[in-house]
Design a protein around this ligand. Structure first.
Ligand SMILES: CC(C)(COP(=O)(O)OP(=O)(O)OC[C@H]1O[C@@H](n2cnc3c(N)ncnc32)[C@H](O)[C@@H]1OP(=O)(O)O)[C@@H](O)C(=O)NCCC(=O)NCCS
Length: 140
């Protein structure tokens, strides 16, 4: 499968980002909010197949020693074909020297373990939607 990866946001239809996140069961926002969040990120990666966006991801980071991954998603029909792996690899390539953290959706930990991510024992989060995150199994 031929996939093109783009690091800039030109031409992104933010409605697709909202729709994709919703379709895979991840937190989603208004298209304009995703646009603002990606624009404020250190690294953004978008995967395209024949002109269609099929996945994306981003990191917020200081670019020196700390980074956090967010919004890693692949359109359902293209999952399990290596696209998510390439998205994460391309983000990590742009974060040399950084500690990288993330919180995985419950059940997705195995995907990140393949890159060497380990479980945090002292991770703490102050979520705006605290109750939902507990229901999703992300907080205790
Ligand atoms: C999780 C996700 C980004 C992975 O992307 P993908 O393109 O489907 O994954 P890949 O095809 O690159 O898979 C790479 C490896 O991870 C494994 N893997 C994929 N999804 C997995 C999962 N949910 N749990 C455990 N392992 C998984 C694959 O089996 C594969 O292993 P292999 O190389 O030994 O065969 C994608 O499935 C997705 O968007 N899921 C829904 C949204 C989501 O949960 N995002 C992450 C939020 S933290």
């Amino acid at each position: 499968m031929e996939i093109e990866f783009r690091y800039d946001m030109t031409g992104v239809d933010w409605k697709d980002v909202t729709q994709t996140l919703q379709s895979v069961g991840m937190s989603y926002h208004e298209p304009d909010e995703h646009c603002r969040a990606f624009a404020a990120s250190h690294t953004t990666v978008f995967a395209y197949r024949e002109g269609r966006m099929i996945g994306f991801g981003r990191a917020i980071a200081d670019g020196v020693y700390q980074a956090v991954l967010y919004d890693i998603a692949v359109v359902p029909e293209f999952q399990r074909q290596g696209v998510g792996t390439l998205i994460v690899q391309k983000i990590l390539e742009r974060l040399p020297g950084c500690n990288v953290i993330l919180y995985a959706a419950a059940g997705r930990e195995g995907f990140y373990e393949k890159f060497g991510f380990r479980r945090l024992k002292t991770g703490m989060a102050l979520f705006t939607n605290a109750q939902v995150m507990t229901q999703k199994g992300i907080t205790g």
